[in-house]
Design a protein around this ligand. Structure first.
Ligand code: ADP
Length: 805
């Protein structure tokens, strides 16, 4: 069967697919077409990695759109959303509009109404439904990628409930669920009323095996000799061996999976020695260039380390890299320029980066709940192994586990090579999951009574898998009590309604527990501030008055500094002005369940205990006692996270922060994004409850958003300026957007290091009439003043992502 046999596709698409090299459907694709995937029928496709699942989804979506419908593609990770969008954009020439919905969880994405295919995460879709996005009703086809992740206790319930909601909104909805091979795909198909396409067919043969001693022992009984020299690591020998074997002039690439970022970096550094020795002439120049692109992307030690590896033909890949760095590495690997990637398992789930040889070096991972190193699931290891083999390039793919002794080799064969993957099991009947979803289900009108609620929950995978209906009812009742006690829901006899604040919490996409924590914290801050009557925790640094002081300490702003601002009407008396500092707010949002806190390392406890006592008056709400071990530890971890945010908002360089907290640049971005969202939510809640702290919250939020001290907020808000340029302009004497419009151009040019194009863009964004820099010369004094902010860092066009805000 081939694309032109599918009559439901838009005109021109079958030819385009065939031109792409899809001459024949892969067998699972043909089976999906036979099951009606291009005719609006629901299908669950449970097939191995890299066997063409995306095309199955495309056949469904394109046919659906051709019939006048609208399709939604749900991705498992936010990082994949733009990649999938880019992939689907090749259909735009056939009149298919593609949109991606990322970003904040509090809009209804109205503009998406005009798109034919929409890509989003399940959290985003859930939030669009909560915000009443009208186009959701127009959907005719929904694809759920990596649907086996309903098994994940963190994010699975959202996917499960979202699919249930979408199917309730539109009874004729076509659901196409793509899954790795799992033990019980039939149950998933039954839940979704879908046809099941199950297959273990692969486009290229996969040999799985275990390296032990001087050879790989494969599952088909064959052996490949790969001797390990004295003092050499098994992984290094395997990567070298793949590279030394040339097939049609092509050296074999390797993908090495390890269990932590640190290990990924360390392994890549070591393997760079192996790849460096095997580079061809010409490749070194290209690699140098790639390395410098990576270095330019962000000024951190991680970038430098990555660039050093890349120069030598190796790379590491983990969630701490920036999106640009990730895609540079992936592309160069697909182009065969990078010979070896050491990755954490996130790579296995995501993009298509096949290698001739996959080495699963670590098959155990630290697990706090488990209390030690826990073996990975078979499903996860199979997904990593499935990345082996590049169709058209390799004779077959090889996936290798490592053993140091015979017993381990036997165990690995049992556990992974011969074993079937696990079954997916719903994780919905847990309180944290239901807390969120029960409130949202009631607030968005999917249920108005307890009975209705239970009936709705009956559409979930959980309900279809369990014989114990009582358990779900029990947890639901506990959750209803919690929501009622916190004034998010009201119960009148049998009927359930969300309160005003309950609606807001649901729309803001907050975990109700986060909302409760934020509300309590803000209330206590307001009360204490009132009692303190203008006194503040660090008197030397405050500066009360109607105007925000330009020289306020970067780490410290009190509500009283801001009481005279435009929205300050809430707080009418100086005596009741709350004392709310950025650190207090950062800590408040960092201790909610919606923030993934930084981990306390050994030694951190003392450091942050000391910080805690030093800054105790700033915390909002009651701190636990030091003797409540878990709660205390949590409080300190939140403090560490809050300190990172405060450092960022005080213009500390990215590399100082990554060093101080042991994180990557991607992590700073992640924490900043989450803090921005949670502070935005806090601002709304405070407004609705009339707490009079909105301005303090907004300012703390703006400061993390831009990564600047208070006095730079105005400048940093100008497009193209960002934290570093704002500081340079400020030091050169230009302190506001208004001043930028009037300033001497030579001063602007001097402050911006003589970059004319940049200066013009900045002036234009600030609203200047005549932004042209033609004939302007740099003012030497301005450039000297600006340069004083640079320390000894290297010149680079856009030194950090903060410059892009
Ligand atoms: P999965 O989502 O199952 O991991 P992908 O959809 O990413 O796999 O497909 C892997 C690769 O196979 C892609 O590069 C895709 O273009 C290619 N491919 C898919 N179907 C076919 C086909 N019928 N013929 C040739 N190549 C195909």
């Amino acid at each position: 069967m081939k694309p032109s046999d599918v009559s439901t596709l838009p005109d021109g698409v079958p030819e385009a697919l065939e031109a792409e090299g899809i001459e024949e459907f892969y067998p699972p694709q043909a089976a999906a077409v036979e099951a009606g995937v291009a005719d609006g029928r629901s299908v669950v496709a449970s097939v191995p990695t890299a066997s063409g699942k995306t095309l199955i989804a495309e056949l469904a979506m394109l046919s659906s759109v051709a019939a006048g419908g609208k399709a939604l593609y749900i991705v498992p990770l936010r990082a994949l959303a733009s990649e999938k969008k880019a992939e689907f954009e090749r259909w735009e020439e056939f009149g298919i509009d593609v949109g991606v919905s990322t970003g904040n969880y509090d809009s209804d994405g109205e503009w998406l109404a005009t798109r034919d295919i929409i890509v989003a995460t399940s959290e985003k879709v859930d939030s669009l439904i909560r915000n009443g996005a009208p186009w959701v009703r127009d959907l005719t086809c929904v694809v759920s990628d990596e649907v086996h992740l309903v098994d994940d206790s963190g994010r699975g319930p959202t996917l499960e409930v979202t699919l249930a909601k979408l199917r309730k909104i539109n009874r004729d909805l076509q659901v196409v669920a793509l899954s790795a091979t799992v033990g019980n795909a039939g149950e998933v198909a039954e839940w979704l009323d879908a046809e099941l396409v199950e297959s273990d067919w692969r486009p290229i043969e996969l040999k799985m095996g275990v390296h032990y001693g001087n050879a790989i022992n494969f599952d088909d009984g064959s052996q490949r000799e790969v001797p390990v020299e004295r003092g050499e690591k098994q992984t290094a020998a395997l990567v070298a061996d793949a590279l030394d074997e040339t097939v049609d002039g092509d050296r074999g690439s390797s993908l090495v999976f390890v269990n932590s970022r640190r290990n990924a970096e360390a392994a890549a550094k070591r393997l760079a020695d192996v790849t460096a020795k095997r580079l061809e002439r010409g490749e070194t120049t290209e690699l140098e260039q790639l390395a410098s692109e990576i270095r330019d992307d962000s000024d951190t030690e991680t970038s430098d380390d990555l660039a050093d590896c890349v120069r030598n033909g190796a790379a590491f890949h983990h969630a701490g890299l920036s999106a640009t760095q990730r895609s540079l590495v992936e592309d160069a690997f697909r182009d065969r320029l990078i010979k070896c990637i050491c990755a954490t398992p996130t790579l296995a789930a995501g993009v298509n980066t096949p290698a001739r040889r996959v080495v699963v070096r670590d098959w155990r991972r630290y697990d706090g709940e488990f209390g030690g190193m826990k073996p990975l699931d078979t499903l996860e290891v199979h997904q990593m192994m499935g990345r082996a083999g590049r169709p058209g390039l390799d004779p077959y793919g090889e996936a290798v586990l490592l053993a140091k002794d015979r017993d381990t080799m036997d165990e690995l064969f049992e556990r992974y090579v011969w074993a079937d993957p696990e079954e997916v099991q719903s994780k919905l009947a847990a309180e944290p999951a239901l807390r969120t979803h029960v409130l949202a289900t009631v607030a968005s009108g999917f249920a108005t009574t307890r009975e209705g609620l239970l009936e709705f929950l009956d559409r979930t995978l959980y309900a279809s898998q369990t014989d114990d209906d009582a358990r779900l009812a029990q947890v639901t009742d506990r959750v209803l009590e919690y929501l009622e006690a916190n004034d998010f829901l009201e119960r009148d006899g049998d009927s359930l309604t969300a309160t005003g604040i309950g609606h807001t919490v649901s729309r803001l996409y907050l975990d109700p527990m986060s909302a409760a924590e934020i509300i309590d914290g803000l209330r206590s801050g307001v009360e204490e501030g009132g009692a303190g009557a203008g006194s503040s925790p660090r008197p030397s640094k405050t500066n009360a008055g109607a105007e925000a002081p330009a020289d306020a300490d970067a780490g410290f702003v009190t509500g009283s500094d801001l009481a005279g601002g435009d929205d300050g009407g809430d707080s009418d008396e100086a005596e009741s002005t709350p004392t709310v500092t950025p650190l207090g707010l950062y800590h408040l949002v960092a201790r909610t369940p919606d923030m993934y806190q930084l981990y306390l390392k050994s030694g951190d406890r003392e450091t942050y205990e000391e910080e805690f006592y030093e800054r105790e008056p700033e915390f909002l709400g009651d701190a636990p006692s030091e003797f409540e071990d878990v709660a205390w530890e949590d409080w300190l971890a939140a403090l560490k996270t809050a300190r990172l945010l405060e450092d960022w908002a005080s213009e500390l360089d990215e590399d100082v922060i990554t060093d101080r907290y042991g994180v990557g640049p991607g992590d700073i971005r992640g924490k900043v994004d989450t803090a921005e969202w949670l502070l935005g939510a806090a601002e709304q809640l405070a407004g609705e409850l009339d707490l009079g702290v909105n301005i303090a919250i907004r300012e703390a939020k703006k400061r993390v958003e831009y990564g600047v001290g208070e006095e730079l907020l105005d400048l940093a808000g100008v497009r193209g300026v960002g934290r570093k340029r704002a500081r340079r302009l400020f030091e050169a004497g230009i302190e506001t957007r208004a001043e930028l419009r009037e300033a001497d151009k030579s001063v602007v040019l001097g402050a911006l290091r003589g970059r004319e194009k940049t200066a013009e863009n900045v002036l234009q964004a600030a609203g200047r009439q005549d932004p042209s820099m033609e004939g302007v010369t740099e003012d030497a004094a301005a450039s000297a003043a600006a340069a004083s902010t640079d320390g000894d860092e290297e010149e680079s066009g856009q030194a950090t992502f903060g410059d892009f805000s």
